[in-house]
Design a protein around this ligand. Structure first.
Ligand SMILES: Cn1cncc1C[C@H](NC(=O)CCN)C(=O)O
Ligand SMILES: [Zn+2]
Ligand SMILES: [Zn+2]
Length: 485
């Protein structure tokens, strides 16, 4: 149309790539400064919330230096189960450029991280970015500080070269993703007609490739429903010498309940749970066949002796398009080393079910509660069982016919010289569905990290190559978006 900006001058991309290569050590240095902030949102303690506030402040400063207009939106307080409350770090809404002739691309990312302690099995200090053989180790390097900075690096490169930014850029950066994106949904609703009204596209870079070398585009994620099942005799523990043999023990009830959820082939045993799962189409099957995945390498690098499925297609389908049930832990259980003769008086089992199209969250909730009621009633226990669903997150499916998927494919081809794997992701980025459903804009997931980055795990890393080529990818993506608009 008549408002289309002219194609970028030939050689601009070359200049941009050269700048990024030349300044990569500065980019790594900033990542190091950000990794040094222990912005853990999972452990609800004031010291860490202060770190989160500091983290959001650092990011706000960085964005202001770029020339962005930055809003630190107050997000209120988190109520804890024990009655205490903690501040939620402010959410950054920022914008750079508002040329009506350009598309507006909004990047969502988060700067909170999972907990990490060196004793958990890190070789290096998790909050000191350490480079070994081109791998940048540190908590948050891949999830999600590295990708947030890659986007900022791309923007800052155009600024540093005194080149016009090809797109208008907006940022939504939060600090509570690892705790369930508290307060973000409300803000998105509230800003629907404000901040988000001018947004054309949303890009999220908060997941990983399925390969170590082949880049990917993500077309869908599973949702999640998280359950707590409490079994209580009394609030205090018992001595097994003085009460063992005369009680229904809460742990025995709970272990039976948890043991009734899934069989050893991974099949969920809750009646009706598979009823609404979308059937597999032939076309969909072909997408799994096309993916570059070396099963043996994947298995070896994951240090798993044997997966539940032997073919690439079966494995990918069970990660991406079938539900799964995982048992996470038991609160109140005696889990420390040593041999204490305790009977825990009250225990809480935690498990979750990854949801896929077209499962319905409230139907799943009913099915789970009915099943647990039935199993518990069969035990004829005198204890009290309480089941609650504490999180219900929808699965998300992209519209891969949107312009931005085309632009991203072209940018990937330019930077990596290859077509991306078109993948889904087994985990959940709750805000994707909320963006799509609330502000009704196109959402794309464009991951930068490699399959072996170890997000949430010990030894999390991002490869220098992924971080730097990823910064180039975002810059190339801006140019492709401008061409398509
Ligand atoms: C907090 N939470 C509880 N249920 C689901 C989640 C989100 C979490 N998200 C990620 O890990 C992002 C991965 N790139 C997950 O999927 O477990
Ligand atoms: Zn993340
Ligand atoms: Zn995470």
């Amino acid at each position: 149309d008549m408002f289309s900006p002219s194609s970028p001058p030939t050689g601009l991309l070359e200049k941009v790539f050269q700048y990024i290569d030349l300044h990569q050590d500065e980019f790594v240095q900033t990542l190091k400064e950000w990794v040094a902030v222990e912005s853990d949102s999972v452990q609800p303690v004031l010291r860490l919330r202060r770190e989160l506030l500091r983290m959001m402040g650092l990011a706000a400063d960085r964005l202001r230096n770029l020339g962005a207009r930055v809003d630190l939106v107050d997000a209120g307080f988190q109520q804890l189960p024990d009655g205490q409350s903690l501040p939620i770090p402010p959410i950054i809404l920022a914008e750079l450029g508002n040329d009506p002739k350009k598309p507006t691309v909004c990047f969502y990312g988060h700067l909170d991280v999972q907990p990490a302690r060196q004793e958990d099995g890190w070789v290096t200090d998790p909050h000191t970015l350490t480079e070994v053989d081109g791998k940048l180790y540190g908590r948050g390097t891949t999830d999600n500080k590295g990708p947030v900075l890659a986007w900022i690096n791309a923007v800052s490169t155009f600024r540093a070269l005194d080149e016009d930014l090809p797109v208008n850029v907006k940022f939504v950066i939060e600090g509570m993703e690892e705790a369930g994106s508290l307060a973000l949904e409300e803000l998105v609703q509230k800003e629907k007609a404000g901040f988000f009204s001018s947004v054309d596209y949303i890009v999220i870079s908060d997941n990983l490739w399925i390969s170590r070398r082949t880049p990917a585009l993500t077309c869908g994620t599973r949702g999640n429903s998280y359950f707590m099942v409490e079994v209580k005799c009394r609030d205090q523990d018992f001595h097994s010498g003085t009460f063992g043999g005369i009680l229904n023990e809460p742990m025995a009830d709970l272990v039976a309940l948890l043991g009734s959820l899934v069989d050893s082939s991974g099949r969920i045993l809750i009646p009706g749970i598979y009823d609404h799962v979308a059937p597999v189409t032939e076309e969909e099957k072909r997408t799994y066949e096309a993916i570059d995945l070396d099963l043996e390498e994947y298995r070896n690098s994951s240090q798993v002796k044997k997966f539940l499925f032997d073919t690439k297609e079966e494995l990918l389908m069970h990660l991406w398009r079938y539900p799964s049930l995982s048992i996470h832990g038991i609160e109140g259980a005696f889990h420390e080393p040593g041999a204490k003769t305790v009977i825990p008086g009250r225990v809480i089992g935690k498990f979750s079910i990854r949801l896929v199209p077209h499962m319905n969250i409230s139907v799943v909730e009913k099915q789970v509660k009915q099943h647990l009621d039935y199993i518990f009633s069969k035990r004829n226990s005198s204890n009290q069982m309480t089941v609650s669903m504490t999180l219900g997150l929808h699965p998300w499916v992209a519209n891969i016919r949107d312009n931005q998927y085309l632009a991203a494919k072209r940018a990937i081809k330019t930077v990596f010289g290859t077509e991306p794997d078109m993948i889904r992701d087994g985990s959940t980025i709750p805000i994707a569905k909320i963006f799509q459903g609330t502000i009704r804009k196109s959402v794309m997931m464009l991951p930068l990290g490699a399959v072996d980055d170890g997000e949430h795990s010990q030894k999390e890393k991002i490869n220098r190559w992924n971080y730097i080529e990823g910064s180039k990818l975002f810059a190339a993506f801006f140019l492709e978006m401008a061409k398509l608009h």
